[in-house]
Design a protein around this ligand. Structure first.
Ligand SMILES: C[S@@+](CC[C@H](N)C(=O)[O-])C[C@H]1O[C@@H](n2cnc3c(N)ncnc32)[C@H](O)[C@@H]1O
Length: 411
């Protein structure tokens, strides 16, 4: 057996600098401080189980799997780490907290806070914190404090007097129980789940409330474990292969929808168009907040019953339930578009006796979004501790997501 030639240090540095050039060219690295951190920290040492070429690819590196094969820990993709660190606006002397560990991102943060600052990284999984501690020591970042704990309950002594200046959450989260741990004016960046859709959102704390002020970053992270793990209420409409799910709002009964979903839908046009490559996550987030009875709809891949054809692509579609009727957002290709990638119109399919009424309601909200929100740079999201809010009512409060620790408003 021949041993593959070892990669020389100069080659590794070259790969690292190439990655930085790519991140700069794609505008993920935007400041000299973040660039310097990426040029300095040896990413491959935090991923010894993969080839150095894979360590410096612009992609995630899975590091731990659940028995069912799900990835439960990873070194996140460099483009996303760069975007989140830029959004965190970490400065020399800051006290930073990373939630969800691995070592590499904490080392980047340590570079950003410098010798006058301090970084704590925590993880629920002792195998992850063991590895992180080892790699941070090997690379000389042993000043980073590594803590094994469920981030839902920050242990006394972890939060510095006056709070952290920056908190970077690197695990999908349904809620933001860390507002009290952040100093006034501090930054928190987190991949937040709103009705099952998720974006990394950068917030600044002002008078005890978090305010977003940057474009949302479409991303995917491993799922939160422990007491903060979210519950998806997923219900199957009998005999249809159609599943409806709620992560926020009150789950509704779905059995009565079976006959509606086996009949041809009505189609309500919106005259609002979208390019074939254009994301419309801001629309689905808007609809999730605007419409009572909102849920996400998925169809079994092999369960095409002809009525819900074509089934939602990419991720679960937006739907609303009105009694025994349902409306769902769909798109129809209308032409090739200027770029040849297709131009689509949003249409709303109505199922059941009142499906057309529900479809008109949803279509009107699509038009409202087009008129009043689409041109905006990004939705403004605020998160206020639940303890500081009046008790939530039982009815639908538009654009408010009532979580356990926070009340989140999307404007
Ligand atoms: C994507 S990985 C973190 C990647 C890391 N920040 C890096 O250097 O790229 C997400 C981590 O979150 C951790 N995690 C999941 N639930 C948690 C919880 N409740 N508290 C703390 N950590 C948690 C997982 O064990 C996993 O290691």
């Amino acid at each position: 057996m021949t041993t593959p030639p070892a990669t020389k240090v100069s080659d590794v540095s070259e790969l690292r600098h190439q990655l930085v050039e790519q991140l700069r060219a794609d505008n993920h690295i935007r400041t000299a401080a973040v660039e310097r951190a990426f040029r300095t920290v040896p990413r491959h040492v935090f991923a010894p189980d993969v080839a150095v070429e894979a360590a410096y690819a612009n992609d995630i590196i899975p590091t731990r799997h659940a028995p069912d094969g799900r990835v439960i820990s990873s070194v996140s993709a460099p483009w996303l780490q760069a975007d989140m660190l830029e959004a965190a606006r970490i400065r020399p002397g800051h006290r930073g907290l990373e939630i969800g560990s691995g070592g590499y991102n904490a080392a980047l943060m340590a570079e950003l806070v410098g010798p006058a600052g301090h970084v704590t990284t925590l993880d629920i999984d002792p195998a992850v914190t063991d590895r992180a501690t080892r790699f941070l020591t090997e690379t000389g970042y042993d000043r980073v404090r590594v803590v094994t704990t469920d981030a839902e309950h920050l242990p006394a002594g972890v939060v510095p007097d006056g709070g952290f200046d920056a908190i970077v959450v690197t695990v999908d989260t349904w809620d933001l129980p860390w507002i009290d741990a952040l100093t006034e004016g501090g930054r928190l960046i987190a991949p937040l789940r709103l009705h099952g859709y998720h974006w990394a959102i950068g917030f600044t704390k002002d008078e005890g409330t978090l305010h977003s002020d940057e474009p949302l970053i479409v991303c995917g992270f491993v799922a939160m474990q422990g007491d903060g793990a979210w519950q998806t209420n997923r219900r199957t409409v009998p005999g249809t292969g159609v599943h409806l799910s709620w992560e926020d709002g009150t789950p509704l009964s779905v059995d009565q929808l079976a006959s509606a979903l086996t009949r041809e839908p009505t189609v309500t046009r919106t005259h609002v168009t979208v390019g074939g490559q254009e994301p419309f996550d801001a629309l689905t987030l808007y609809l999730a907040g605007a419409l009572p009875g909102f849920c996400r709809l998925e169809v079994d891949p092999d369960g095409d019953n002809g009525v819900l054809n074509p089934p939602p692509r990419h991720w679960p579609g937006a739907a609303i339930i009105r009694g025994a009727s349902l409306a769902r957002l769909a798109t129809e290709r209308i032409c090739d578009g200027d770029d040849g990638k297709g131009l689509y119109e949003f249409v709303v399919h109505g199922h059941g006796a009142q499906g057309h009424v529900a479809a008109q309601e949803m279509a009107e909200q699509v038009r409202h979004w087009q008129r009043n929100h689409r041109g905006a740079r990004c939705p403004l999201i605020t998160a206020r501790p639940t303890a500081d809010c009046a008790p939530a009512g039982t009815g639908h409060e538009p654009h408010v997501f009532a979580k356990k620790h926070t009340r989140i408003t999307v404007d």
